[in-house]
Every structure is written in structure tokens, then in C-alpha cells.
Design a binder for this molecule. Sequence first.
Ligand code: SF4
Length: 227
Amino acid sequence: MSDNNIHVRTRLKAKKVCDILIRYYGKAVSVRKLPPLDELVMTILSQHTNDTNMLRAFEALKERYSTWEEVLEAPQEEVALFIRSSGMYNLKAKRIQAALREIKERVGSLDLSLLKDMELQEAKQWLASLHGVGPKTAAIVLLFSFGRPVLPVDTHVWRVTKRLGLIEENISREKAHELLEEIMPRDCIPSLNNNLVRHGREVCRAQNPKCDECFLSHLCQYYTTFK
Ligand code: SF4
């Protein structure tokens, strides 16, 4: 079978997966509507930690500093002290300040509103080229703060879509971002992160996935291969 046929089949399967997820979990768009800089800092803080520790660190920062400008101007060790609960705090303080500094240098102020109307691909590249900001963080800011149709590939999205056979087992997360956005129907993408994360937490768990209860099993490569 040609690459083109495989691609068409994968797209058809992606559409079926999207439709079924929407039928079971709904079409709620993943929007937190935090200001984009808050979302950006929060996502940097969330690296390699859980939501509770990340939120504790984020709240400590917001309590200590009134503006992101103040965070930028503060000594790095001081910022690190306030975000200790998130772990890897020296590195995260450095990344947060570097990203803020770069935004200020590029835009002239600490303002990301230019991303609202920027061409989507360009907006992703713009954000992902900031120090310490990868494709997942860029996608989170664009999706959650601006409601733009992008798919952050976190650990749940990555695992579930690999098991379903929508992407290959050995694909990198960076490549998975590109491929999944290419094969998924446009109108499904805004709700897809919500739905795949929910499915990954509740059914397609990392250990012992509940395949016998799964409404996607008839489409799932893992299920048809191993069950
Ligand atoms: S059938 Fe099993 S492996 Fe496949 S998506 Fe469902 S829970 Fe995950």
C-alpha cells in the first residue's frame, strides 16, 4: 500500500477517534483563559512536577511580585526561592527570567498579544524559539490563553495516540505535535487535548489500561495486537 493510502486511512481513523471522543466526553474547548504570560510561566513551572506543587509555586510568585516585570528584575536566587515547591527551581527561575527577558527584547514590553492574530505556524515557532520553551509549552499557551486550534502533546496524548496507532511507537514528541495536527480534523483539535487527557487518565492508563471498558478498542492497534 502506498504512503498516500496509509495517510488517508490514518486520517479516516483520526476522524473516527475524534468523533467518538466527542460523543463520550463532549466538545468542551480547552480554555483556561489565563493571561498568556501567566500561562507561560505556569507551564514552565509544571515541568517534571505535579499540579499541586506547580500551583503552590505559581501562587507564591504571584504573591511576592505584583508584575512579571518585577520577576524579571528580581535576583534569580530570590525567584528560585519562591518557586522551590515546583522542584528544579534554579533551572526554572533561570528559564522564566530568560523567557521574560527575550519577550521584552523582541516585543519591547512584556506583552504576548501579538500572538493572537499571528499566523498559527509562525506563532508556534515564535514561542517555541524562546529559551526554555518547547513545542508543548508553546501549544499550551496558544490553546489555553488564545483558544487557537493546536494540540499540546503531553504524556497522555502521546501514549494514547501511539497505542491507537495514529502515530508510530518510536516517534518523538516534537514530531508527534506536527503529525497529529496534520491528521486530526481541524474542528476536533480544540477539544482534543481535554478528551485525550481524560481518556488517558480514566481508561487508557499508563499501567493496566482498561481495554475491556474502552470505547475505542475496535480502532486500537495495541488492543488488536496484544489483547
Ligand atoms: S483499547 Fe486499551 S490501549 Fe487502546 S485506547 Fe483503549 S484503553 Fe488504550
